[in-house]
Design a protein around this ligand. Structure first.
Ligand code: SF4
Length: 317
């Protein structure tokens, strides 16, 4: 069988080992060397181009059904649990907590839950919706497991590596949010960032009020492609008397975007995190669809106010 292997960045160091094993089993094996951001980003074009029979995607669970033979290989990572006692200090005063993690640590969630319960906490694990598949699982763009229980808990706890995932969940919840990061041996309360992100969003909207020419980003990645939203955004912009074009790429390169000097704002329809985490990489505001709607509403209000300004001449006969 001809197989293309695909690994996220953190697992690329394991590629050779798996390739050798599969070759020894009699397969012809290729390794994708492209950046990989998630199961939203399957190397389907590469697999088709080399006429692979199968794409083996490591480290992520299925995002959605695709028209290709894809095998998903989970890559559970055992994180040390010895930070949990220290986290109790930070969680003092919060009796009901929600617990979330990434697919890499989902197998440890029951053990973490048992620890907190044995220390007097009521632990709620939210159901996933959207692209996440397991209770308590969050993705950078799918935070249902935290958001679905926001009303019923006193605080949220993310257990796992890195800040990318908890920051996504943070922005869609309202309660105190704690990160228990076992690899950096760190317990951190992060809900102060909500305000930072709100201010950054406000700043983008204000900057975009001067924009007349919008570039709308559409990714060709399987799980990020949203041409419908792009067309809706284009229609909204044009109905407001402004100009818009749809820009297509697989992975958006910010240097290339910045070279497109005719555009004075960009609208993101690809990975939602682009318009949150990467806004300082573009020379022009990079808006989410909601922020675009806000910009257009403000612009309409400004025009109306201008048109309705009292005419001095007519008031002084
Ligand atoms: S956050 Fe972005 S990169 Fe990650 S799974 Fe979602 S769409 Fe893909």
């Amino acid at each position: 069988m001809r197989i293309l292997l695909q690994f996220p960045e953190g697992l690329k160091q394991k590629a050779l080992e798996h390739a050798k094993r599969m070759e020894a089993e009699g397969n012809e094996v290729f390794i994708s060397a492209s950046p990989t951001f998630g199961a939203c980003d399957l190397a389907l074009d590469e697999a088709r181009n080399i006429k692979a029979d199968k794409l083996v995607h490591f480290g992520h669970a299925e995002f959605h059904k695709v028209d290709f033979n894809v095998e998903y290989v989970p890559y559970p990572i055992d994180a040390p649990l010895d930070l949990l006692p220290k986290s109790l200090e930070a969680l003092n005063g919060y009796s009901t907590i929600s617990l979330v993690t990434t697919i890499q640590h989902i197998h440890q969630l029951e053990a973490v839950k048992a620890f907190y319960e044995s220390n007097g906490k009521k632990v709620v694990i939210g159901r996933p919706y959207g692209f996440a598949k397991r209770p308590g699982q969050i993705l950078g763009c799918d935070i249902g497991s935290a958001a679905s229980v926001d009303r019923t808990v006193d605080a949220h706890v993310y257990f796992g590596g890195g800040m990318f995932h908890p920051l996504g969940a943070l922005l869609n919840t309202t309660k105190p949010f704690f990160v228990v990061e076992p690899f950096e041996n760190k317990v951190e309360r992060i809900d102060g960032y909500r305000d930072t992100y709100r201010k950054r969003s406000r700043g983008k909207v204000m900057r975009a009020l001067k924009s007349c020419r919008f570039g709308i980003l559409v990714s060709t990645k399987n799980g990020q492609h949203n041409m419908n939203l792009a067309r809706i955004a284009k229609g909204m912009i044009e109905r407001a008397g402004l100009s818009a074009e749809i820009l297509v790429a697989n992975t958006f390169d910010f240097m290339s975007l910045n070279n497109m000097l005719e555009f004075d704002a960009f609208v993101n329809t690809a990975c939602p995190r682009l318009a949150i985490d990467d806004i300082e990489r573009t020379r022009a505001p990079l808006l989410s669809a909601n922020e675009l709607a806000e910009v257009l509403r403000y612009k309409a209000e400004l025009i109306t106010q201008k048109n309705c300004a009292p005419n001095k001449d007519s008031q002084n006969p």
